[in-house]
Design a binder for this molecule. Structure first.
Ligand SMILES: Nc1ncnc2c1ncn2[C@@H]1O[C@H](COP(=O)(O)OP(=O)(O)OP(=O)(O)O)[C@@H](O)[C@H]1O
Length: 970
């Protein structure tokens, strides 16, 4: 009996539905039944068939229809009569070509019949109550790939195939299909059983003779078949877990399936799998049930893999989408809550409000072109999407623009007396530097403004260049900002990055203005001589734009992109070596040299500045410590001999740290003593009232404090206890206890015991002297002369040593060592020649230079040396060797010598003089041309020195080797 059940509505073209044959529960049904529990829903399986049941033994049933068109046509076609086609009635059938997939028994399939003759024949056979035809899959063209959908399949030419041609293209095995309905050119087919074409009967429409195929007989209880079918089922179940498409499908099946046999299971699996048409055809052609099941198993396994991949893709996408949506939703909620609470208006409005609020007080003083840019940017901000990257760029830009101190200036103070006071307060000595600064302030006072000049403080490290800069800022009442350009190689550091770069920032100058909050700070550019080469642009040129008073009134930072007036900024630069400053920069600077300090100055600095600040920093009171002059002197002479005072400062800090530790330790012991003394209180009260004294206790206690012995403290407490018991028993034994209060006072004063740092115990604080004296000879031997050198660290003394190596007739040579540079090597050769000439003149009979191999060395060998200023020293050293006569004691010299024996000027007179003093040199020889430099030195630097200025080497000769008389030429 045929029963129509219109249940599921399927909205796709090829959904698949299952239908039971009858209600007898088969083992297969039980397996699938366990998957039940899901409600029946509309099915959308994306398949190609409607499945209907066919018992396979001839009792066919038409089953469910879900496809709307099918359903409609079925309801209209009330003429559908359930039929059980007997094979003998359908030995000749109309051949219906299927393009996409074969029709499996038990499934619905809608097909379009374009051939009017075939359509009419189908219609007619339907009317004849014999609504059956043979549905056969169309073969691909010879070379076509079955998995590739070729357009030719759907082309009209496929429908145009007729007669023999069509016959040849049909697969042999097909399905006996009931024509369920015909709606226009759409024909709904229901598969019944397998057919095989035997021969063609007529061509148009194609009619063929067929054999009705039956599955090969099989053993229902065969283990292999059972196992395979169970595997098919379990794979289907697995797919079911992951694929919702299949779930509805199988559920429908479990609810309605009747006698679900193994062959039917195989057909079912193959039909609903996404396998290609040839694989499906293979299953259709297979009459061996076991083989068919195996083929199906392969297909459904593949399906499972696909569904797993599908699931993971779906999951990944879902996670991404849901994460983003969640964040968006939460953000929106947050905004709404803030808005509701009045905490925040709209993001943009709040931001704009903030920027407007910032700029409003500055509006008066702010240059109009800046205001215009700010207003434009604010308007732009309103139009931008808050999540866009340009929004954040504009927001940051406005942040910087509105934060700068447009038109804000600190009131400059041009009070020279006050400035002098401040400079003296911060620094000892440096009179010439201070004088230059005061002059500068005075000019500023008269002009009404101090800008226009760039001061460059040059000198060795630690001479106070940076701190002088800070003092000048204080004296002028300007804000202070320091930035170091040492190693700076990127122009963007000075001029900023363009706004378009990610993480773009304005340059140092704009950062400085934002930082200090005024437009006229004092900017200290440290280490300008160590400016990097620049891998992105030339930093020196960028600095030039920044420093040049002609250009900096309209300084253009790449980030801000609006001209900023830096003409009110006072620039102070510091450098160790002026020669290293790029020339165009140096040209614009007012160089103030700080040469370094002599011992006396260092003593003052240490005593009045460094010690004071360090003591305060360590929290030590002046009365708690005493560092003697001898200790300081020893510190300066033996530990910190460099030009600056930074090392001295470090040593003083080291001493004070140690003192602090001593004091704290002492304090702890005193605390313990006080505690022990307090334990005597009850006794004291009692004794006081009895006007008694206790000498023993007092004595013990004072010993305790001095000896810092805790053990004794315990003993003292015991003694007190004894006295107490004694008192209670016999008051006459407790005498002189009233002296206890005086004892208390003693303890107090002892807590602030003074720590004395003297020359003798200096090593306890700073260790052994690390500095080795520059002076290696007390009296220089023959061939050794002391020279004076200048380095970036200040001046220093050095020896030139010459020795005789061997004699060789007419082979006078000079071998040089001591890491000498080219200039110094040449200088040595010149000295050799000059010495030879002088010796020839003075002692013509002496052939020393002509016949001697000599070796000239300049210790220390590891330190590279260069420059021409040791020329006269080398000449003297060679002559000393030649004449076997040592030079005068405590003599040092410097000066370049020419081939004719002229002495040329040198640099670093102050540093060299200071170095000579440090090495306890008494007599110095300088070139005459340096007399002016020497005269400018402070009296305390020149004090006690016997200085000679010379033009010609002969003068040096006389001074070094001559008698007393000749040495008096100054
Ligand atoms: N004349 C002085 N009076 C008082 N203190 C001084 C004097 N000279 C230097 N100092 C102190 O020495 C320390 C080092 O000085 P500062 O850092 O200014 O040296 P600098 O010349 O800038 O060194 P660098 O070239 O290494 O930067 C500072 O604490 C400073 O106060």
């Amino acid at each position: 009996m045929l029963k129509l059940i219109a249940s599921s509505r399927i909205h796709r073209m090829h959904p698949t539905l299952l239908r039971p044959a009858h209600d007898s529960a088969s083992p297969l049904l039980r397996v699938f039944g366990s998957l039940g529990g899901l409600s029946r829903r509309n099915t959308d399986v994306g398949g190609r068939y409607f499945f209907c049941s066919d018992s396979g033994n001839g009792s066919d049933q038409v089953v469910d229809a879900g496809f709307q068109a099918a359903e409609e046509s079925q309801s209209k076609a009330s003429a559908i009569v359930p039929t059980y086609p007997r094979p003998e009635d359908y030995l000749t059938v109309l051949a219906l070509p299927l393009i996409h997939r074969p029709l499996f028994p038990g499934f619905y399939m809608p097909v379009f019949v374009k051939d009017p003759k075939l359509l009419a024949a189908l219609q007619e056979s339907r009317e004849r109550q014999a609504p059956y035809a043979g549905a056969f899959l169309l073969k691909d063209e010879a070379e076509a790939d079955p998995s590739v959908i070729s357009s030719s399949d759907t082309d009209k030419n496929v429908y145009d195939l007729k007669g023999k041609e069509l016959f040849n293209r049909l697969h042999e095995v097909g399905t006996l299909a009931q024509i369920s309905s015909i709606h226009g050119d759409q024909v709904i087919l229901i598969g019944h059983r397998r057919l095989r074409i035997t021969e063609m009967v007529s061509e148009d429409p194609l009619t063929v003779k067929v054999d009705h195929l039956k599955d090969k007989t099989y053993n229902k209880d065969d283990d292999i078949i059972k196992a395979t079918s169970f595997e098919v089922i379990s794979t289907l179940r697995d797919v079911l877990k992951t694929s919702s498409l299949w779930r509805d499908h199988v559920q429908t099946y479990t609810k309605h399936i009747g006698d679900f046999t193994y062959p039917r299971l195989a057909d079912f699996g193959a039909a609903i799998s996404g396998a290609n048409k040839l694989q499906c055809q293979q299953v259709l052609e297979e009459l061996d049930v076991y083989k068919r099941l195996k083929l199906t198993l392969e297909l459904v396994k593949k399906e499972m893999e696909i569904s797993k991949i599908q699931e993971s893709i779906a999951k990944a996408i879902e996670e991404k989408i849901s994460g983003e949506q969640r964040r968006y939703l939460l953000n929106e909620q947050l905004k709404a809550i803030k808005k509701e609470l009045g905490l925040e208006t709209d993001d943009k409005t709040a931001l704009t409000g903030k920027f407007r609020e910032r700029i409003e007080p500055k509006r008066e003083k702010c240059p109009p072109h800046i205001l215009q840019v700010i207003d434009e940017e604010l308007a732009k901000l309103q139009l931008l999407e808050a999540s866009s990257s340009e929004f954040s760029v504009t927001r940051n830009y406005l942040d910087w623009l509105t934060a700068l101190p447009w038109g804000e200036y600190s009131d400059e103070n041009f009070d020279v007396t006050r400035a002098q006071k401040i400079l003296d307060e911060d620094h000892y000595g440096l009179t010439d530097v201070k004088e230059r600064i005061l002059e500068f302030i005075a000019v500023g006072k008269l002009r009404g403004t101090s800008q226009g000049k760039i001061i460059c403080l040059s000198g060795p490290p630690g001479v106070g260049k940076t701190s002088i800069g800070r003092s000048v800022a204080r004296a002028l009442n300007r804000k202070f900002f320091r930035f170091s350009v040492g190693g700076l190689a990127d122009v963007a550091e000075i001029k900023g990055h363009r706004r378009t770069y990610i993480g773009a920032m304005p340059g140092k100058m704009v950062q400085c203005l934002k930082n200090v909050g005024t437009s006229n700070p004092l900017v200290l550019i440290d280490e300008i001589d160590k400016l990097g080469r620049g891998h992105a642009g030339d930093p020196a040129s960028a600095l030039l734009e920044l420093l040049d008073p002609e250009q900096n009134a309209n300084f253009l930072d790449h980030y801000l992109d609006v001209p900023i007036d830096l003409s009110k900024v006072l620039f102070v630069c510091t450098a160790n070596v002026v020669e290293m400053i790029p020339n165009p920069l140096l040209d614009r600077m007012e160089v103030v040299a700080i040469a370094g300090y002599i011992t006396d100055e260092k003593m003052h600095i240490a005593r009045d500045y460094l010690e004071k600040t360090t003591r305060e920093a360590c929290g030590i009171k002046p009365e708690q410590v005493e560092v003697t002059d001898a200790a300081l002197l020893s510190l300066i002479e033996n530990y910190c001999r460099e030009a600056g005072v930074r090392n001295l400062q470090k040593h003083i800090e080291k001493i004070y740290r140690k003192i602090a530790l001593q004091l704290v330790r002492q304090g702890e012991i005193i605390d313990a003593t006080v505690c022990s003394a307090q334990s005597m209180e009850p006794m004291k009260d009692k004794v006081d009232s009895d006007e008694l004294t206790l000498d023993t206790v007092q004595k013990e206690n004072s010993e305790l404090v001095e000896g810092s012995d805790t053990k004794k403290a315990g003993e003292t407490c015991d003694a007190v206890e004894e006295v107490q018991t004694g008192l209670s028993s016999d008051q006459s034994q407790s005498l002189e206890v009233s002296k206890e209060s005086e004892e208390d006072k003693d303890i107090e004063t002892k807590t602030i015991e003074k720590v004395l740092v003297d020359k003798s115990n200096l090593t306890d604080f700073v260790g052994k002297p690390v500095f080795h004296a520059e002076r290696i000879y007390d009296q220089t031997p023959v061939g050794v002369v002391m020279g004076l050198a200048w380095t970036a660290m200040g001046g220093s003394t050095l020896y030139i040593e010459t020795t005789f190596v061997e004699e060789g007739e007419g082979k006078g040579t000079l071998h040089l060592t001591g890491q000498l540079g080219d200039v110094m090597k040449e200088s040595a050769q010149i000295a050799h020649t000059v010495a030879r000439a002088i010796l020839l003149e003075k002692k013509p009979e002496n052939p020393f230079f002509a016949n001697s191999k000599l070796h000239l060395h300049v210790p220390a060998g590891a330190t590279p040396k260069d420059g021409p200023s040791a020329g006269c020293t080398m000449t003297t050293s060679l002559l000393s060797l030649a004449m076997k006569k040592p030079v005068k004691k405590d003599l040092a010299m410097t000066g370049e010598v020419t081939l004719t024996g002229k002495i040329l000027p040198i640099g670093g007179v102050k540093e060299k003089t200071i170095a000579a003093r440090r090495s306890e040199v008494r007599t110095i020889i300088f070139p005459s041309a340096n007399r002016r430099d020497f005269d400018e030195l402070a009296p305390n630097v020149k004090e006690g020195l016997d200085v000679h200025f010379v033009d010609d080497y002969m003068q040096i000769f006389n001074l070094a080797f001559g008698d007393e008389q000749s040495q008096n030429i100054k």
